[in-house]
Design a binder for this molecule. Structure first.
Ligand SMILES: Cc1cc2nc3c(=O)[nH]c(=O)nc-3n(C[C@H](O)[C@H](O)[C@H](O)COP(=O)(O)OP(=O)(O)OC[C@H]3O[C@@H](n4cnc5c(N)ncnc54)[C@H](O)[C@@H]3O)c2cc1C
Ligand code: FES
Length: 277
């Protein structure tokens, strides 16, 4: 894989938190990176930790930073305002979601390889499952300036989770597991309908492994290019620990440097052991 990468500077920076906004089941945390690269690419990620109270004590498990795709980036006079959409699923995410304004968010990044432009003659089709909506936000923003505008399909567990859809421009198509917003369906059902109506698409997907695998298979059956933003457990985030390796048709790759966005046709399956929550 030879995509250009925005290499992270070696240093860990501390970004003051500008705000944490509650969005139903999720939190949108925004912090201003004072001195990092100002050109992250949609689909890239940062390793995040609280600058204080992050491990070291008997009850403080976090210790290692956690990986998060950035959802938004805005240049401001004092740095790059980065927003991350979080789902509090454990001690690390809970600690980040509890950060108060002006607290320090320690970050390293941007890391990895993000989304690439759509294949010639295809329209971009963005497919998100749950918290997987996060990297699609900045990708929609970037694609929005070049015609045709991307269609966005989103699936959530419930209305509480579906509040994140309000962050998207236009009118994304939404389904939920419990039918509380949109139809009771899986987002891959929406995708199948879209592709059957018009298969000239490049699909960009992020979500839980079972969803990504369904997207991969649907696209492979129809010969539609797919770019999948995947997850695996990441300890370092920059290629040193090999904790994030996933199998591909070309052998194992480190998801943190060769991904997290991988081409669907590189994979036998997007069901990666140990990933997803
Ligand atoms: C490239 C990348 C981008 C990510 N982007 C986001 C994002 O934008 N927003 C967001 O909320 N989360 C994102 N994640 C997942 C996030 O890193 C985990 O939710 C976080 O590490 C959990 O830490 P914790 O201490 O809160 O919970 P833990 O106690 O560590 O884990 C709680 C649960 O989450 C699962 N889990 C832990 N780490 C991961 C992981 N890396 N991938 C999948 N499941 C995991 C565990 O199996 C467990 O079930 C991303 C992960 C990767 C690798
Ligand atoms: S997270 Fe350490 S090599 Fe990928």
């Amino acid at each position: 894989m030879s995509e250009p990468r925005t290499l992270a500077p070696p240093e860990r920076r501390v970004a003051p938190v500008a705000g944490v906004e509650r969005l139903g089941a999720y939190d949108l945390i925004t912090a201003v990176d004072p001195s990092g690269p100002t050109n992250p690419r949609p689909g890239q990620f940062y390793m995040l930790a609280a600058s204080e109270g992050w491990g070291g004590g008997t009850d403080e498990r976090p210790y290692l930073p956690r990986a998060f795709s950035y959802a938004r980036a805005r240049k401001e006079s004092d740095g790059l305002a980065l927003s991350f959409l979080l789902e509090a699923v454990g001690p690390g995410t809970e600690c980040l979601a509890d950060l108060a304004p002006d607290a320090g968010l320690a970050l390293v990044g941007p890391l990895g390889v993000g989304f690439r432009p759509p294949a010639d003659g295809t329209r971009p089709l963005l497919v998100g499952g749950g918290i997987g909506a996060a990297p699609l936000l900045c990708w929609q923003e970037e694609l929005g300036v070049m015609p045709p505008p991307p269609d966005v399909l989103l699936g959530f567990r419930s209305a509480d989770h579906a509040q994140a859809a309000a962050l998207f421009a236009g009118a994304p198509k939404i389904v939920t597991d419990d039918g509380s917003v949109g139809r009771q369906a899986l987002v891959t059902e929406l995708l199948a309908v879209e592709l059957d109506a018009d298969p000239s698409a490049t699909v960009y997907a992020c979500g839980p492994p079972a969803m990504l695998e369904a997207v991969r298979a649907l696209c492979a059956e129809r010969d539609v290019p797919a770019q999948l933003a995947m997850e695996s457990g990441m300890a370092c985030g920059f290629g040193a620990c090999f904790g994030c390796v996933v199998p591909t048709r070309n052998g194992y790759v480190r998801l943190c440097v060769d991904g997290p966005v991988l081409d669907g046709d590189l994979l036998e399956t997007a069901l990666v052991a140990g990933a997803g929550h």
